[in-house]
Design a protein around this ligand. Sequence first.
Ligand SMILES: [Zn+2]
Ligand SMILES: [Zn+2]
Length: 261
Amino acid sequence: MPAIITENDVSQWDDETGVVYHFPKRYRALLQPDTEVIYYKGRIKDKAFASARLSPEPHYFGMARIAEVCIDKKSDKGDLYALIEGFISFEKAVLAKVEGAYLETIPSNRTSNYWRDGVRGISRSDYYAIIRLADLSATKLTAGEPAFAFDPLAFESANEGDKTNYFGTRYERNKILRLKAIAIHGLSCKACGFNFEKVYGEYAKGFIHVHHLIPISAYGEETAVNPQTDLVTLCANCHAVVHKNRDVTLSMEQLKEMLKR
Ligand SMILES: [Zn+2]
Ligand SMILES: [Zn+2]
C-alpha cells in the first residue's frame, strides 16, 4: 500500500527531503522497504518558509520509495527512520483539495482526526490520482537537495580514489551517502566517541568526517556503497591516524586498539 509522508517546515529531526525521514514507531507497518511514498506538507504556519515551499496550502510536492527502515538509536521512544531513494520532486504543488474534494479518501470513522496522522496509507487509485496531477512529464529526476553545504573533504580524504573524478561525478552521490551514514552512525566518532558539538558548541554542530572502510580506490567505477556497513563516522583526529600512512588504511579494530593505551 502506498503512503503519504508529512514533512513539516520546522522539525525536531535532521530529516532531509528525499534522503532521510524520521517517524514514530506507530507508523512502522505503513512504512516498509519498497513502499512508494508521496511527500505532503500541511498549511503554512510561519510565512518565513513561503519561498521554500511550492504552495502555502496543504499540498503534495514529491514522490519516492523507502529503501530501508532503521531504528533510531538516539530515540528513547523507539522511533525509526527511513532511508529514501528515487526522490522526484514535483514541478508544481498538487493541492490536497481539488474543487472542494480531498484527493485522499478519508475513512468515515476518521473524519474528525484524519489529518492528525503524519503518515497515512492510501489506496493505489488515490496514489495514481495525485501522481497524475503532478504532471511528471515536466519533472526532472533529482536526488534531493540537502539543506546544508557539503564539504567533500569532510566526507573522505581526496587521496582515496581518482581526484578529478572524485570532485566531479561522485559529488552528488557522496552528499547523499554522507547524510545516510550520519543518520545511521550518528555524529560522534565511532572510535573515540568525540563529538564536535559537545566540545566546540553550536558552531560545530553536524560536523563529522565520514570514512570509507574500504578505500574508494578499491571500488570499481559504480559499485554501490552501503552506508550501514561500508561507512563509519570519525572525528578529524582518528580519521587522520587511519590514513597516516598513504598506502595502508587502518581498520577500526586497529584504531581502537591504539586508543586503549
Ligand atoms: Zn575519534
Ligand atoms: Zn577515510
